[in-house]
Design a protein around this ligand. Sequence first.
Ligand SMILES: Cc1ncc(COP(=O)(O)O)c(C=O)c1O
Length: 461
Amino acid sequence: MQNTNRTKKQAQKLARIDKKHIWHPFTQMQDYSKSNPLIIDKGKGSYLYDIEGNRYIDGVSSLWVTVHGHRKKEVDEAIIRQVRKISHSTLLGISNVPAIELAEKLVRIAPKGLSKVFYSDNGSTSVEIALKIAFQYWQQKSKATRAKQKILSLTNAYHGDTIGSVSVGGIDLFHEVYRPLLFETLKAPSPYCYRCPLKKTYLRCGLECLNALERMLKKHHRKLAAFVLEPLVQGAAGMITFPKGYLKAARELCNRYNVLMIADEVAVGFGRTGKMFACQHEGIRPDLLCLAKGITGGTLPLAATMATEEVYSAFLGEVQDLKTFYHGHTYTGNPVACAAAVANLDVFEKEKTLTQLQPKIRLLKKRLRECRDMPQVGEVRQCGVMVGIELVADRETKKPYPVQEKIGHRVILEARKRGVVIRPLGDVIVLMPPLAISEKELNTLCDVTFESIRITTEQQQ
Ligand SMILES: Cc1ncc(COP(=O)(O)O)c(C=O)c1O
């Protein structure tokens, strides 16, 4: 790799400008401005390199997006080839080649029956679009269904940061401040077994959370347009993994009560759970499927909302019928991003990425047993290569650490010193390596994470 390492002085200058001008997302800037920021310069495979040439394992796939590793030749070359043809043309009323090729591929790999693809640029908009489609679907389907205007979602849900996706969110820390701005939604309890909102104990509970979901649907179905959820894992809430069977039962309930199911696979899609899509673990097909993050293998922003023929057909009519879906973003279906996504899916096929992933998932499972009994580890959750290690001040009572202790943040700083970049969700340490990570790198990621947890929690006592 070309050596572009900067001198200490150049690095300091960049850090100064960064702190002076960049407002970082989900970051308390008062703390950040006092920190020594990590500034990434390049990447290769599972590694990130900072501006001084230090190397780190990318333990969270650059916010859950990197699939085949950084600078994957096939994906990079597809991007360059497309840039040489055209970088952007609109999808409003006309089309482009990579958008068409990608749509065909997505329909082929998605749960059967999702035959329409609506593009956008990020996970939040893919959800925003699904919500609007669900709402408008019932308005246009028949007079009798026009009262179906509300959305049901789960507590602890995270669906993005735009107003619609925040409205269906359920993480108070992120969402509560905006409450007066949001539209009203209904909430069913999250299947968070470790801290069950219904105060039940898993396995003896008879999945009471599903009964609660059914009660909500039974009571409100006449006014409910859709139920939106993150299949199998509520990611941003701390990698909360669903009890087996929850997703399938939720699908059956949506059928029974005539409510559309929106599966937000922005985080769990494209192999993270061990299958291409999380819905495939329980053999279900949602009515609307939201995709983003890993869709381009972690190279460019792109999202897709997939719909069934039944949903789509409610939008057909003469122009004067006003059934058109009046939604679209400037960069919708950007050809370079679509070309990257096509190449990403080709690599999945060519390298049998999902088959190669299975032993790594098993290795991760085995390694995670080592940290289960650490004194400050409350629960370890894993689904595929998505991991959440929840740290607690007291294992017996599950008492969390005081927020000001910033325990999660301190763990990741320890890991950084040891050549690993990870990012916590509060007190939950998240691991989400690229699918292409080697077993050796995976072992190093585990070694460093466990060591960093041990050192930080021991300092705390
Ligand atoms: C399940 C889920 N939905 C939506 C989003 C929002 O995606 P984006 O950040 O691309 O807007 C995220 C982001 O983490 C997510 O995890």
